[in-house]
Design a protein around this ligand. Structure first.
Ligand code: TNX
Length: 524
């Protein structure tokens, strides 16, 4: 950790110089005015004036607004990492003293539930938002204007300031998602929390957890305990697996909620289900349990759609899972089923939709479900670049909405280039440039912006065993997907790559294992 309190005097000097020149990247490109990702809707910054954080700086929240107070504590804690003192967090009085950072829900109503304005003068910083989520996002923007040393948990104290200016911002899409496949390789709760923290920095707001697959069942279902004790005992490669207890899962959901992220649980049915079939023989048409599976083939397993117990099983799973997953969505998977007829598949999907609806949740499914009769309001997750665009457009005509996750752009498990050791390449190589230069509204014929609820970047884990592996594939592509989800359309790669390069010191401070793609001018 080069810029921590234990650094040598020479290193400290180097760190201070780095901070003084940040965020000016060394390599010239189209020079951006700032390095904020996702780019705000409107940003005017004045290099000639600044707000300085001093030992007198306080964070002020609207009196009585507990969420604003909590966000204030988060901001003060960040500043305290690097400043001489941690700012006090106090209710805003009638006369707000100079030197305050103010969080208020008075004003900015026109910017919606997630929008905010950030006004910085030499006297004070004001974040205004109609709702707490907007305050949280305004604080993330302020965080990105502060030097990366802020991200060290115990940095050598240094002067902190932000340029004066005004930012007005709101997201383009409501659904800005990331998915973790914790089934092929299990990722423990602390690693998931870490991913949630990184998502929050980029204003992502949906964490889709792929909780079951052929190789493992990862969420405790008290009414069917063998799902985890046996079905969750291993993973790809035959290493020990793991699972979230109900309490651990509820804790993850809370941790995400505190960062304005909704957890979307996925139980993939009727296929990708070998772990459950291995755990309970009665779920198999022939009552014979297959062995646990630790390979990476897909498409070979299916629930026995003709048996009533299958639907009792699914109903129990949904009930026990929604008891700890408080969000409005339930993802039923529905992808890559190769052992059922189209009729069997369609009847199954139609029936399980009813079960999810009976538990009061909105159905999400991979794009294969568009070939069946969907309830209005269902969310179809587009993933196959060559999948049936007509079926998706048809589902939209019947009231579905679309999450856009094209594998050849948004799949973080695709290799960056031919030298990438981790990852797959069935959808092609996906460079940092490719992951950034596309638009959700141009992806699917007949599906325009109105039908699109947002974007999501899935991270499948057949080849990823550790947190470092997951991070290497997500960074630096995930911030690009976040920008596609948040910022107005129109992508300029030559400008973006400079902004992206300025995030390297922040990731170094956070200890993120990112890929230094040669196409990006990384700031050292
Ligand atoms: C396709 S995307 C799958 C997953 C694999 C992924 C690997 C989808 C709905 N199904 O089962 O893990 O490709 O990229």
């Amino acid at each position: 950790m080069p810029c921590t309190r234990s650094a040598s005097p020479a290193l400290v000097l180097a760190c201070l110089m780095l901070a003084a020149f940040w965020p000016m990247p060394r390599t010239a490109g189209a020079q951006p005015a700032h390095a904020i990702i996702p780019a705000p809707v409107r940003a005017e910054l004045d290099a000639g004036a600044r707000f300085e954080i001093t030992p007198e700086t306080t964070v002020r929240y609207e009196p009585g607004n507990a969420e604003a107070a909590r966000i204030g504590v988060f901001l003060a804690g960040l500043i305290g990492n690097t400043a001489e003192t941690t700012p006090a967090v106090l209710p805003a009085e009638a006369e707000i003293p100079a030197g305050s950072i103010v969080l208020t829900t008075q004003g900015a109503a026109a910017l919606g539930d997630e929008g905010y304005t950030l006004t910085i003068t030499p006297e004070r910083v004001t974040v205004q938002a109609a709702a707490p989520a907007g305050l949280f996002y305004g604080v993330q923007t302020l965080r990105q204007l502060l030097p990366p040393a802020l991200e060290y948990t115990a940095a050598f104290p240094q002067p902190l300031w932000v340029p004066a200016g005004r930012i007005e911002d709101r997201p383009r899409f409501a659904w800005r998602g990331a998915m973790l496949d914790v089934a092929r390789h299990f990722l423990g709760p602390d690693d998931v929390k870490r991913y949630i923290d990184l998502m929050a920095l980029y204003k992502l707001n949906r964490l889709h957890l792929h909780l079951s697959d052929d190789q493992g069942w990862r969420i405790e279902i008290p009414s069917w305990p063998n799902l985890t004790t046996y079905g969750g005992s291993t993973e790809v490669g035959g290493h020990p697996g793991g699972y979230y207890t109900q309490a651990a899962f509820a804790d993850l959901v809370r941790y995400a909620r505190e960062r304005y992220i909704t957890v979307v649980p996925e139980i993939d049915v009727p296929g990708h289900i070998n772990a459950a079939l291995a755990a309970y023989p009665e779920l198999n048409c022939d009552d014979a349990a297959p062995p646990l599976y630790t390979g990476t083939e897909v498409g070979f397993s299916s629930l026995c759609v003709e048996k009533e117990i299958t639907y009792r099983f699914f109903d129990d799973v949904v009930r026990d899972l929604v008891a700890v997953a408080e969000g409005p969505y339930f993802h039923i998977g529905g992808d890559e089923v190769e052992t059922l007829s189209a009729e069997q598949y369609a009847r199954f999907i139609e029936r399980v939709q009813g079960i999810v609806a009976a538990h009061g949740k909105q159905v999400v499914g991979w794009d294969e479900v568009a070939e069946t009769d969907l309830r209005p309001g269902t969310l179809v997750q587009h993933w196959r670049p060559d999948g049936s665009q007509e079926a998706i457009a048809e589902a939209v005509a019947h009231g579905a909405r679309v999450i856009v996750s094209p594998a050849n752009r948004a799949y973080l498990d695709m290799k960056y280039d031919s030298t990438t050791v981790l990852g797959l390449q069935w959808a092609g190589l996906v460079s940092v440039h490719d992951a950034y230069t596309w638009d959700p509204a141009d992806e699917i014929d007949g599906v325009g912006e109105d039908a699109i609820i947002g974007v999501e970047a899935p991270l499948w884990s057949e080849t990823l065993g550790t947190r470092a592996d997951f991070e290497f594939m997500a960074f630096p592509r995930l911030p690009g997907i976040a920008e596609i989800g948040w910022s107005p359309p129109g992508r300029d790669w030559s400008e973006y790559r400079v902004r992206l390069g300025a995030h390297a010191p922040r990731w170094v401070a956070l200890g993120v294992n990112f890929y230094r793609a040669p196409s990006v001018p990384w700031v050292e």
